[in-house]
Ligand binder design. Structure first.
Ligand code: ADP
Length: 199
């Protein structure tokens, strides 16, 4: 099994910044959020399954998924979320595995905000947590997305607690300084991962 690094962190922790840095080193990054969107694109079998399960109302006139309608439906009916995840999760997992397998780099990164929550860490050999204090998370995410402090706080509350992620991760990088500081910490780990990938 090839060396797959699972990269995770709460909202605004710096996952995307870290992913982008790994890409500059020639490491292929598979983003679970991107895959989750790909599998429900127009023409994908998963979208057809969602339509068959929920009805034609899940599609917009142009044949694309009506995300907002589905989100509202799931919000009202928690059992619908389970039904949806039963359809989407295996498809996401299969596509992730395929992309990890075909990636052409010394090792490969799987970045996912829900790495531990969705058991995607089982697809990885080693995990890295990009860690930040809640205050920093809120500051960065609000600057990036223009969301209110309350909205971001809610998202943080819904994610796995920081301490739990710290307990589960093999490596932890505290992203509390300048970006250059983050990159130099990643550089040290990258050298270790390259070595391990060759073993
Ligand atoms: P995530 O992907 O974990 O939600 P991002 O990598 O998008 O987080 O980081 C959130 C925001 O904070 C982005 O705008 C990013 O450029 C910025 N950021 C991340 N780390 C740092 C840092 N060490 N110093 C300054 N800004 C940072």
């Amino acid at each position: 099994m090839r060396f797959v690094l699972g990269l995770t962190g709460g909202i605004g922790s710096g996952k995307s910044a870290a992913s982008a840095w790994f890409e500059t080193q020639g490491i292929v990054v598979v983003d679970a959020d991107v895959v989750a969107r790909e599998v429900v694109e127009k023409g994908q079998p998963t979208l057809k399954q969602i339509q068959q399960h929920f009805g034609d109302w899940v599609l917009l006139e142009n044949g694309e998924l009506d995300r907002r309608a589905l989100r509202e439906h799931i919000f009202k009916e928690p059992s619908a979320r389970q039904a949806l995840e039963k359809i989407t999760h295996p498809a996401i997992r299969e596509s992730i595995i395929q992309q990890l397998d075909t990636a052409d780099s010394p090792y490969v990164v799987l970045v996912s905000p829900l790495l531990f929550e969705t058991n995607q860490h089982q697809l990885t050999r080693h995990t890295l947590l990009i860690d930040a204090t809640e205050a920093l998370q809120i500051h960065r995410a609000s600057q990036r997305d223009g969301q209110t402090v309350e909205q971001i706080h809610k998202i943080i509350q819904a994610q796995m607690p920081r301490a739990e992620k710290q307990r589960l991760a093999d490596d932890i990088v505290l992203n509390d300084g300048h970006l250059d500081h983050l990159y130099s910490k990643l550089e040290v780990l990258h050298q270790q991962y390259l070595k391990r990938a060759m073993q």
